[in-house]
Each structure stands twice: as C-alpha cells, then as structure tokens.
Design a protein around this ligand. Structure first.
Ligand code: PNS
Length: 173
C-alpha cells in the first residue's frame, strides 16, 4: 500500500531565539534540508527576554544569510510552538544537539510539545563537531570584549555585531 504521506511536501520548523544566528545554526539547517523539503526558521517573539538584536534585525540577518534560498523561509512567532507548527502544516520541530548538557532541557521541551500536540515530531540533529562549543551567548560575550568571532557567524551577522560592539581603537605610539 502506498504511503499516504510519501509525496507530501515535508515542512519542518526550526525554532529559536537566534540572538543572533550562528554558523552552528546554519549547520543544523543544512542537515535538516537533507531530510525535509522546506525548513521554516521561526524566531521566537518573547518580550520578557532581553535580546541584543531586535526581532527585525534577527529576521533580516537570517534572510541575508540564506539569500533567497527557496527551501528556507524565515518568520517570527509568539505563543505555543506546536500551535505555530500546526498553522504552518509542519510535521516536525528541529532542534540541534551539541553536548550532553543540551539533552535534559531539550528532552523536557520535546515531551511537553508532544503532550500538547502528538502530530508534530521533535527531531534532534547533531551539530557538526566544529560547532559543539558554539552558542549565541558565548559569541556575544566574546564580541563584547573585542574577540574575533568572524569564523563563527555568517557575514551579515558579523557586520551587525561590529556595529553593536565596535572594536576598540588602537592607540598610536
Ligand atoms: O533558541 P532557544 O532560546 O533555545 O529556543 C527556545 C524555543 C523558542 C524553542 C522555546 O522557548 C519555545 O518553543 N518557545 C515557545 C513557547 C512554547 O511553545 N513553550 C512550550 C514548550 S516548552
């Protein structure tokens, strides 16, 4: 018997704060695109969480980084992730896994999402070894104190980061 779902356009949501997008996120999106036809990068609108970049800045940087790639859409959402996934007809929620330390909170979130909506599967993808210690927070901290983060973020993010944290001026002897 033919699988009813076999020919469907498979959509996955990749949710997150993306404050900002990193090369680790890009690695996960590229892996997700090997499994799904469409990936919607969904930036959480969370007014109670202080972010470095505004929603507009985050969405724009992600769009610039994917440069009109058809299989990638960029959007923002508020409220429950599973409700958003349903509106978008997504079959899966993608989350990246780095070290074991990610596991507990991700496991909790996945089980809550499953309780709320059994039709959306959580899919965990292992990040490339190179990005195991990469996170938006650690990158922001390094950039704040003048650290070179150019090989950890896409160019659009690097440019914007330099605007937020201009490199210290060198004093001429
Ligand atoms: O990049 P982050 O901050 O780790 O992403 C967390 C995110 C956005 C995936 C999570 O906070 C979320 O899904 N928020 C939406 C609210 C929700 O659905 N909560 C119930 C499941 S825990």
């Amino acid at each position: 018997m033919a699988d009813k779902k076999a020919n469907k356009n498979k959509i996955a949501i990749y949710p997150g704060s993306f404050d900002p997008l990193t090369n680790g996120h890009i690695d996960i999106i590229e892996r997700a695109l090997e499994i799904f036809d469409q990936v919607i990068i969904a930036v959480l609108h969370n007014p109670s969480k202080k972010s470095l970049f505004t929603m507009d800045e985050r969405v724009t940087m992600i769009k610039q980084s994917f440069n009109g790639k058809n299989s990638v859409q960029v959007d923002s959402f508020g409220g429950l992730l599973v409700d958003y996934a349903k509106i978008k007809n997504a079959v899966a929620i993608i989350r990246g896994m780095r070290a074991i330390s990610d596991f507990e909170s991700e496991f909790q979130m996945a089980l809550m999402n499953r309780k709320l909506n059994k039709e959306v599967q959580s899919v965990f993808l292992m990040t490339g070894f190179r990005w195991i210690f990469t996170s938006s927070s650690i990158i922001k901290e390094a950039a704040q104190f003048g650290g070179d983060i150019s090989d950890m973020v896409p160019e659009a993010v690097h440019i914007k980061m330099l605007e937020k944290y201009p490199p210290p001026k060198k004093i001429e002897a």
